[in-house]
Design a protein. Structure first.
Length: 223
């Protein structure tokens, strides 16, 4: 089995124009690549450690979210698939197949009680500009469509994890080796005493109290 570093070199031969811009090289499962962050958006102040481990198969993108330093595990138990779970505590991935700053991308969220939010976002301004269109097209039956999710709460160690699998067919992206994607990852933190105020934490800082800023999305290569 080749080392991940060898795979990166091989894949970069397919996309040399982006060699200097790659933020994360994602390997085929079972190997993984971590996207880690410990700062708030937009202030840059400290945030509890958060990590997303990524890998792919021919048909799926697999994400393992890990939220450390968790004290509240705060969610609304009445919410169901595609509800406004982002008002509480979630971990999030914004995903686009391609290398341009996207105007349409997929927003995936998971809450501590294993509820998910699954939607394509239409954001032609790329920054959710006031007075400009901003819309969603929901995946209404994600589990029938091949999504998988399993969330575990470890309250003793103040950690929650969620392992998710997203079908690559959603992006016309099966067998993705050598392809370039744009992504960003986020976490919201709140609790009974602070809700609805939230800490907003992110991998790539949007420099706004707004996650929907696509020019800052990281560049991700599948190797």
């Amino acid at each position: 089995m080749r080392l991940v570093s060898d795979l990166v070199v091989s894949a970069l031969l397919l996309v040399p124009a982006f060699a200097s811009k790659i933020d994360l090289a994602v390997p085929r499962c079972p190997a993984t690549a971590p996207a880690k962050f410990t700062t708030q958006v937009p202030s840059g102040s400290p945030c509890p450690q958060t990590q997303v481990d990524l890998c792919y198969t021919d048909t799926s993108l697999n994400l393992k979210f890990t939220a450390r330093g968790e004290t509240n595990f705060h969610f609304d138990p009445s919410q169901t698939t595609n509800g406004d779970i982002w008002e509480y505590e979630v971990m999030e991935a914004f995903i686009h197949k391609g290398y341009n700053d996207p105007q349409t991308y997929f927003e995936y969220e998971v809450s501590p009680n294993n509820v998910t939010y699954n939607s394509f976002v239409y954001n032609p301004s790329r920054v959710r500009a006031a007075g400009q269109p901003f819309d969603h097209a929901f995946v209404t039956d994600p589990f029938a469509d091949g999504f998988k999710v399993n969330t575990v709460l470890d309250k003793t160690n103040k950690v929650w994890t969620s392992e998710s699998s997203i079908p690559l067919a959603l992006f016309n992206g099966e067998d993705p080796r050598g392809s370039v994607w744009r992504m960003n990852f986020f976490r919201t933190i709140t609790g009974p005493d602070t809700f609805p105020n939230q800490q907003l934490c992110g991998w790539k800082n949007t420099n706004l109290a707004n996650f929907h800023v696509t020019p800052v999305f990281g560049t991700v290569l599948f190797v």
